[in-house]
Design a protein around this ligand. Structure first.
Ligand code: AMP
Length: 279
């Protein structure tokens, strides 16, 4: 695997391989098997797999969250090499943003609810960094986890708005044996918090299994009660939405593609997850 820290040398290298298809996997590092599922999808589909590790400051709305974001670069490199990633791009903030970015986007209601509502400015930051990466790398394919379902929808909307030819591919959420969605932020959990956080998956499964006999309102209440019964967990939101438009629904019959979305605070650590309920 080749490691590039600056744009110029990355682009010089890519020029030598023009004509080959590029599969791009943007990450913020602290890599786990969820990220590796994206790398493997890229390996299967594209000639060259590029992974980026960049903790994008402008998508964080809390300084504390940014400062405490886990960093495990040496381990990340080993994992990427073991999974046959061709290129790792680790730019600095100065490389990515030589000047302050003023750009605003409008993705409609899709980006102002759930993560958009609870993390103001988050999707603007995501859109800016993805546009920048795409303009530097020109990937044929880019891979995003369904774990961040709303982000995947926003990135699809972004490429459509910009008229880009990059194909956005969603990859299934990888989970621990307990059901807990793999996440870099899990590194910040104690063992007991990690065990408690497995309730998020159980709660989502409860919704899936009981949607035929409870109203949307009742099931959301039941989920909250399940999660908040743990002394370690506090539900930030649980929403039931259409999987295509992400519009929140209050009645199961409104949509035939229904996804449950949640954010849960485990002490200082905020976890998100989702599950398809009806499809
Ligand atoms: P992050 O490093 O958290 O920004 O994530 C980088 C990419 O990996 C995003 O597209 C995430 O959706 C994806 N990802 C994170 N966790 C998982 C997971 N458990 N399963 C599949 N993809 C994931």
């Amino acid at each position: 695997m080749q490691l590039f820290k600056d744009i110029e040398s990355l682009q010089r290298h890519l020029k030598q391989h023009s004509g080959k298809t590029i599969g791009f996997v943007p990450t913020m590092g602290a890599l786990h098997m969820g990220h590796m599922a994206l790398i493997e999808s890229a390996n299967q589909q594209a000639d060259i797999t590029i992974c980026s590790i960049f903790v994008n400051p402008i998508q964080f709305n809390k300084q504390n969250d940014f400062d405490n974001y886990p960093k495990t670069l040496n381990e990340d490199i080993k994992q990427l090499e073991a999974h046959n990633c061709d290129i790792l791009f680790c730019p600095s903030t100065e490389e990515m943003y030589p000047a302050p970015v003023e750009k605003e986007f409008d993705f409609g209601a899709m980006a102002t609810i759930m993560e958009g509502e609870h993390r103001p400015g988050h999707f603007r930051g995501v859109a800016i960094v993805i546009e920048r990466f795409f303009e530097l790398i020109h990937p044929d394919y880019a891979y995003f986890g369904e774990k961040d379902f709303q982000q995947l929808a926003v990135v699809k909307a972004l490429t459509k708005q910009l008229g880009l030819s990059t194909k956005i591919i969603g990859v299934k959420t990888m989970r621990e044996a307990s059901g807990l969605a793999m996440s870099s932020r899990n590194l910040r959990l104690s063992e007991v918090e990690k065990q408690a956080a497995a309730l998020i998956y159980k709660g989502l499964m409860y919704i899936k299994e009981n949607q035929t006999n409870q109203s949307v309102q009742e099931i959301k209440q039941a989920y909250k009660a399940m999660i908040n019964a743990s002394e370690y967990l506090e539900t930030e939101y649980i929403e039931i939405a259409d999987g295509n438009t992400l519009q929140i629904i209050t009645d199961w019959t409104t949509s035939d593609y229904v996804v449950a979305f949640t954010a849960v605070n485990v002490g200082e650590v905020r976890l998100i997850d989702n599950m398809t309920i009806i499809s």
